[in-house]
Design a protein around this ligand. Structure first.
Ligand code: CAA
Length: 285
């Protein structure tokens, strides 16, 4: 029988961490959500309240279910509050040193049998896992943005991950309503390895002024049935995150497809990160 993860820690409450905390709490899991300071906690809580407010407005949740969901999440600014967690999902920014530090600290705090998971999109789970004394209990658990809506999780195993841990996390993903796929530790896993070449190509076409942003996006929405065009999707993902993913994949594969289009870096330097800063390829209210 798969083991239960009844208390789950989420570290980092940006777009992904907040979405993951929401998904967990919606399923009845007790969540301890940790951010660096009170302002970051308030932002994360705001994300969750906004998202569940939309779900309420769309009839996906009723008032009582929303109140229960919100009541299952407690907030903290101290990793030490994760001592009772059965599983911790890390969703801090995509920097290896930062993730390594968080895992090193978590390893000292959580129970020896607890599982540590990273929501990284492209960094090496193996490199993260060796920061701990329990690499057999470290996996990738990668959600897709927006996490409350998209039903995939990639479960990433390293050469050290114990098979039982993979099986338990796969089963847990199913209980969250997410279709799990299992993949070895390669940059981009499955979905991003396939998706980001396409997104990067769209940026290059935009940069070369082949077509307007609207026409590039319309081509893929109306011609190929994608829910969003590539530039609108990059704004949703965040240009900084997209750049990190491309850069990591390029460093590993040297495939030109993944060499980040130069304008991406320029836009990041200018603070045009997409929806989260109000402006990317498009402008948002
Ligand atoms: N809880 C439950 N349901 C929710 C919800 C929530 N918090 N928020 C929204 N929903 C539901 C809505 O009720 C709606 O359901 P119906 O279709 O049944 O009405 C559905 O989700 C869509 O929501 P919206 O109507 O608000 O928005 P939309 O129809 O314009 O769709 C979108 C928005 C979901 C973002 C859609 O455009 C989409 O799927 N885009 C593609 C996103 C994508 O490709 N993401 C992957 C990015 S790559 C990645 O994430 C990996 C990485 O590592 C970077």
């Amino acid at each position: 029988m798969a083991r239960e993860f009844s208390t789950v820690g989420v570290v980092g409450l940006g777009t992904m961490g907040a979405g993951i905390a929401e998904v967990l709490a919606r399923t009845g899991v007790r969540v301890v959500a940790v951010e660096v300071d009170d302002a970051a906690v308030a932002r994360g809580r705001g994300h969750i309240e906004h998202s569940t407010g939309r779900a309420l407005a769309k009839g996906k949740l009723d008032e009582a279910a929303r109140a229960d969901l919100l009541g299952r999440i407690s907030y903290s600014t101290a990793l030490a509050d994760l001592a009772d967690a059965d599983l911790v999902i890390e969703a801090v920014p995509e920097q290896l040193e930062l993730k390594a530090k968080v895992f090193g600290e978590l390893d000292k705090i959580v129970k020896p049998e607890a599982v540590l998971a990273s929501n990284t999109s492209s960094l090496s789970i193996t490199e993260i896992s060796v920061q701990t004394g329990r690499p057999g209990k470290v996996v990738g658990l990668h959600f897709f943005n927006p996490a409350p809506v998209l039903n995939l999780t990639e479960v990433v195993r390293t050469v050290m991950t114990e098979p039982d841990v993979v099986a338990d996390v796969v089963e847990f993903a199913r209980t969250l309503g997410k279709e799990p796929v299992v993949i070895g530790d390669r940059a981009g896993f499955i979905a991003n390895a396939l998706l980001f070449g396409y997104l990067n190509h769209a940026v290059s076409m935009y940069e070369a002024k082949y077509a307007t942003r609207e026409d590039l996006d319309a081509a893929m929405r109306y011609g190929c049935g994608y829910p969003m065009g590539p530039l609108a999707l990059l704004d949703l993902i965040g240009l900084d995150t997209a750049y990190e993913i491309l850069d990591t994949m390029y460093a590993q594969s040297r495939d030109r497809l993944h060499a980040p289009a130069p304008i991406l870096k320029q836009m990041i330097t200018a603070g045009l990160l997409g929806r989260k800063t109000g402006r990317g390829f498009y402008t948002y209210d």
